[in-house]
Design a protein. Structure first.
Length: 103
Protein backbone atom coordinates (compact mmCIF):
# COMPACT_ATOMS: atom_id res chain seq x y z
CA UNK A 1 0.00 0.00 0.00
CA UNK A 2 1.03 3.59 -0.59
CA UNK A 3 0.09 6.78 1.24
CA UNK A 4 -0.16 10.07 -0.64
CA UNK A 5 0.11 13.33 1.30
CA UNK A 6 -1.00 16.67 -0.14
CA UNK A 7 -0.79 19.89 1.87
CA UNK A 8 -2.85 22.95 0.88
CA UNK A 9 -4.73 26.04 2.04
CA UNK A 10 -8.41 26.69 1.46
CA UNK A 11 -9.82 29.95 0.12
CA UNK A 12 -11.44 32.05 2.82
CA UNK A 13 -15.15 31.38 3.20
CA UNK A 14 -15.18 28.08 1.30
CA UNK A 15 -14.21 25.60 4.04
CA UNK A 16 -17.77 24.40 4.73
CA UNK A 17 -18.44 23.87 1.02
CA UNK A 18 -15.17 21.96 0.65
CA UNK A 19 -16.18 19.57 3.42
CA UNK A 20 -19.72 19.23 2.01
CA UNK A 21 -18.55 18.58 -1.57
CA UNK A 22 -15.68 16.27 -0.63
CA UNK A 23 -17.63 12.98 -0.37
CA UNK A 24 -18.78 13.22 -4.01
CA UNK A 25 -15.28 14.26 -5.06
CA UNK A 26 -13.76 11.21 -3.34
CA UNK A 27 -16.46 8.95 -4.81
CA UNK A 28 -15.62 10.24 -8.31
CA UNK A 29 -11.91 9.75 -7.62
CA UNK A 30 -12.55 6.15 -6.57
CA UNK A 31 -14.70 5.46 -9.65
CA UNK A 32 -11.94 6.70 -11.94
CA UNK A 33 -9.08 5.20 -9.90
CA UNK A 34 -10.20 2.02 -8.09
CA UNK A 35 -6.79 1.74 -6.41
CA UNK A 36 -7.89 4.56 -4.07
CA UNK A 37 -8.75 2.75 -0.85
CA UNK A 38 -9.38 5.60 1.59
CA UNK A 39 -9.04 9.37 1.96
CA UNK A 40 -8.73 11.42 5.13
CA UNK A 41 -8.92 15.20 5.29
CA UNK A 42 -7.28 16.98 8.21
CA UNK A 43 -6.88 20.61 9.20
CA UNK A 44 -3.97 21.85 11.26
CA UNK A 45 -4.02 24.58 13.89
CA UNK A 46 -2.09 26.77 11.44
CA UNK A 47 -4.99 26.65 8.95
CA UNK A 48 -3.19 24.35 6.56
CA UNK A 49 -5.05 21.25 5.39
CA UNK A 50 -3.57 17.81 4.77
CA UNK A 51 -5.17 15.27 2.48
CA UNK A 52 -4.06 11.72 3.25
CA UNK A 53 -4.97 9.20 0.55
CA UNK A 54 -4.36 5.46 0.83
CA UNK A 55 -3.64 3.64 -2.45
CA UNK A 56 -3.39 -0.06 -3.18
CA UNK A 57 -0.03 0.47 -4.93
CA UNK A 58 2.55 3.12 -5.75
CA UNK A 59 1.91 2.64 -9.48
CA UNK A 60 -1.82 3.35 -9.02
CA UNK A 61 -1.07 6.43 -6.91
CA UNK A 62 1.34 7.78 -9.50
CA UNK A 63 -1.07 7.09 -12.35
CA UNK A 64 -3.83 8.95 -10.50
CA UNK A 65 -1.50 11.87 -9.78
CA UNK A 66 -0.82 12.22 -13.50
CA UNK A 67 -4.49 11.93 -14.51
CA UNK A 68 -6.40 13.47 -11.57
CA UNK A 69 -7.32 16.63 -13.50
CA UNK A 70 -9.35 14.45 -15.87
CA UNK A 71 -11.92 13.93 -13.07
CA UNK A 72 -14.30 16.92 -13.23
CA UNK A 73 -15.41 16.64 -9.59
CA UNK A 74 -11.82 16.78 -8.38
CA UNK A 75 -10.88 19.59 -10.74
CA UNK A 76 -13.96 21.61 -9.68
CA UNK A 77 -13.40 21.22 -5.93
CA UNK A 78 -9.70 22.05 -6.17
CA UNK A 79 -10.26 25.11 -8.39
CA UNK A 80 -13.16 26.37 -6.26
CA UNK A 81 -11.73 25.91 -2.78
CA UNK A 82 -7.97 25.50 -2.85
CA UNK A 83 -5.61 28.40 -3.22
CA UNK A 84 -4.04 28.16 -6.64
CA UNK A 85 -0.43 27.09 -6.42
CA UNK A 86 -0.72 26.01 -2.80
CA UNK A 87 -1.26 22.28 -3.27
CA UNK A 88 2.06 20.66 -2.59
CA UNK A 89 3.13 17.11 -2.03
CA UNK A 90 4.75 16.94 1.37
CA UNK A 91 6.23 13.53 1.03
CA UNK A 92 4.87 12.39 -2.26
CA UNK A 93 3.97 8.73 -2.22
CA UNK A 94 5.09 6.76 0.82
CA UNK A 95 5.04 2.97 0.98
CA UNK A 96 3.16 1.62 3.98
CA UNK A 97 5.52 -0.76 5.77
CA UNK A 98 3.30 -1.70 8.68
CA UNK A 99 -0.03 -0.85 10.19
CA UNK A 100 -2.02 -1.08 13.36
CA UNK A 101 -5.81 -1.08 13.31
CA UNK A 102 -7.97 -0.83 16.40
CA UNK A 103 -10.38 -3.69 17.04
Amino acid sequence: MTIELARFRVRQGTQDRLVTERPEMVAALRRQFPGCLAAYLTKGDDGEWLDVVLWRSRAEAQHAAREVNSVPEVRDVVSSHCRVGRIAACGGHLRLEGRWVAD
